[in-house]
Design a protein. Structure first.
Length: 113
């Protein structure tokens, strides 16, 4: 699965206009940075609550921007929450932070082109 689906970005550009894509990508990058900060600075139960909220929010924003791998993981974590399954801080939280960071780096490269 790709970090960045260029076709989705191209579709977005056609829908909203090429000139608007950098503005929206900047907002998306800001969200990713904020989520990284929130998840790396919270502990215990608050971290799990933050992970659940962020996963739910990322389902649509990551999908809209073609962040396929991030979207898939957000859906997976959100489904765990909905099914009252255990979220593991050592696995789920760290995996989400790593995906957020990886996605952010990939999209920063797209913006700098």
């Amino acid at each position: 699965m790709n970090i960045l689906n260029q076709d989705k970005i191209n579709d977005l550009a056609r829908d909203i206009g090429d000139e608007n894509v950098p503005v929206l990508l900047d907002i998306f990058l800001g969200e990713l940075s904020s989520y990284i900060e929130t998840l790396t600075s919270s502990y215990d139960a608050k971290a799990m609550t933050n992970l659940a909220e962020i996963s739910h929010a990322l389902k649509s924003s990551a999908a809209s921007f073609g962040a396929e791998k991030l979207c898939a993981y957000a859906v997976e974590v959100d489904n765990k929450v909905k099914l009252n399954q255990q979220i593991d801080a050592d696995i789920d939280l760290m995996a989400m932070v790593e995906l957020l960071q990886e996605t952010r780096v990939k999209y920063l490269g797209l913006v700098s082109q």
